[in-house]
Ligand binder design. Structure first.
Ligand code: FES
Length: 132
């Protein structure tokens, strides 16, 4: 019997069903959610930082996470996506690249000026960039 749990990624608004025990990075890969992971998930680069909702169920931080994240950041919900395993329903905030944020805000402003409610094209562009 499958033991799947839902993990939600923000701001991508992606919800993915994954096996309990998979890492957040594995879930992001399955859901094609863009998440920086320069060392490929080996716990050496620290670039896969995400912030989890306080109600999210994850395993306790690993020694690798304790090396990369200060007490303050851990208390604020930051984790390394390649290290933390999902033990229950999870909501994860993926920090947005500053340049991507500027592009997204410009696209949203243009959309509002046009009164356009169909954002599929712009969303598709950003999602395609995420998948790279
Ligand atoms: S991908 Fe490098 S520490 Fe997580």
């Amino acid at each position: 019997m499958s033991d799947k749990v839902a993990i939600r990624f923000q701001p991508q608004r992606a919800e993915i069903a994954v096996e309990r025990g998979q890492t957040v990075l594995e879930a992001a890969r399955i859901g094609k959610v863009g998440l920086t992971h320069k060392c490929g998930g080996h716990g050496t680069c620290g670039t896969c930082k995400v912030q989890v909702d306080s109600k999210t169920e994850l395993e306790t931080p690993t020694k690798v996470e304790l090396r990369h994240l200060s007490e303050h950041r851990l208390a604020a919900g930051f984790r390394l996506a390649c290290q933390c395993k999902i033990t229950g329903p999870a909501t994860v905030l993926v920090p947005e690249d500053p340049l991507r944020r500027v592009v997204r805000e410009l696209l949203e402003a243009q959309r509002q000026e046009r009164g356009d409610t169909d954002s599929q094209f712009e969303d598709g562009c950003l999602e395609a960039a995420d998948a790279e």
